[in-house]
Design a protein around this ligand. Sequence first.
Ligand code: RAM
Length: 544
Amino acid sequence: MIAKRYCKTIAAACGLLCLGTFATGGDRPSDACPALRERTLKPVALVKVERSEGAFQGWRASRSGTTGSAFGRPLVRGDEFIFDFGEHLVGYVKLELGDIDRPVDAPVRLDLSFAEVPSEIGEGREGAASLGTISPSWIQDETVTIDEVPSVFEVSRRFAFRYMRLRVRACSNGGRFSLRGVSARAVSSADLSAFRPIPSASPEDDAIDRVAAATLRDSMQTCLEDGPKRDRRLWLGDLRLQALANYATFRNYEVVRRSLFLLAECASSDGAPATAVFERPTPRSSNGRRILDYTALFPATVLEYMRASGDTEAARRLWPTAKAACETVLSAVDETGLVRADNGFWNFIDWQDGFDRQASEQGAIVFGLDRAYELARALGREKEVAHLPGIAAKMRTRAVEALWDGSRGVWKSGRDGNVSWMSQAYMSICGAGTPEMRRGALERVTDMPDAVRPRTPYAYHYFVEGLWCAGMKSEALALVREYWGGMVKKGADTFWECYDPSDDMASPYRSILLNSYCHAWSCTPSYWLRRAREEGVEKRTNVR
Ligand code: RAM
């Protein structure tokens, strides 16, 4: 397969760019590149995109005709169609052009705009995007010029979309051309035949599961990408969640293995994994400041991979990187066992504003140290990290001393005692305090109007995980149904990067045009729904 050869080439060049354990010569583990599988999809209808009050972000796409009505008729400057492919896809568009009566005597220039959701067509693209905090070049616009007609032209850039608007920008005055066909070559490393729906699931659960699996499918390429529209790169935090959903659905271990090795091969000089990697043109770490909480997740991600796949050999090779991740995150912890406010890392946790991350980071690090020790034991390397259980225990004790707010019965964070859902979640995940404290804090925080709520499906995943660890599995399942089910009700084909049920216009980048609407870290309902089924959690309860 082409993809295999390509990966070999980029891996060979990686020696110049990557540091750490895998820095020197020879074949790299990331050479083993998953094959991309292809599907051919055709648009199912022509649509118009109009303002609609009740619709997600105020825009609705409604059917305006059959695709056939766009084909075979003479086209002139200004003609335009919006093709609806009926589902989200990632791939390459093919345009079949023909002549009418006489040869076409000038190039055909077309403006193509791709959209995952209707608002990307409806909103004025340039204006809204210029207000954003990241580059408008993420907006999926392309102008193509086709010299030869009749011909079949494949647009070389890969796009993530359901809708494609095609506008004739310029063409011959004399010769007339027509469209004869439009199709897309969709690509993914997921084997769709491996997917099994959840037996006798309710229609609502089944819909959530299918949208989650489509999100994973389309972000599963030659590595695990975060968003196939944006950022089109491998992020450690997204990878852990994709891997969990993948073990429950497509079970493609090769793509997880390669992604883990890409992060390890692009390690920093201290040996800890990169937290984000550009796969192309050659693998390299993409972000200046590493994410503290993502780094802490690396040992857990390796352990989970080893358990799911049985690939102990890869875990052995990744062990030095996992061990280095522990040392790196510990550099953010002071001598008393508390995460330092000014630790120099990017403290991520969520794209929410105005919340303090100290308690969440504390929890993420303790969780990471525990999983690292578990991994070490499974590999017979526990002597190398004999100090970790003691440090984790000290950090848990310190959390109770410094972060427990006894009067309010919740975990607080930072100098001002900030209270957020995420602090409660991570304290539960790391097992600080007593079971009653953890459970009570989770119950109370959802009733506190001032407590900072999560903003992204990534953070909601960890809130669900926090509930699960506290034994509140029915509540966790109810939240999965309510939050992700809310996106399904608003028409999601794939789950979004950012979803605030009370604000459709929420964007971490101050422009909804820059949001990604098929985002890796949103795919975990496929994991939770199956886990709930396995563990017999079926009660339907509501979380506010
Ligand atoms: C954004 C992407 C990505 C995430 C980082 C922290 O750039 O959404 O998924 O991992 O932020």
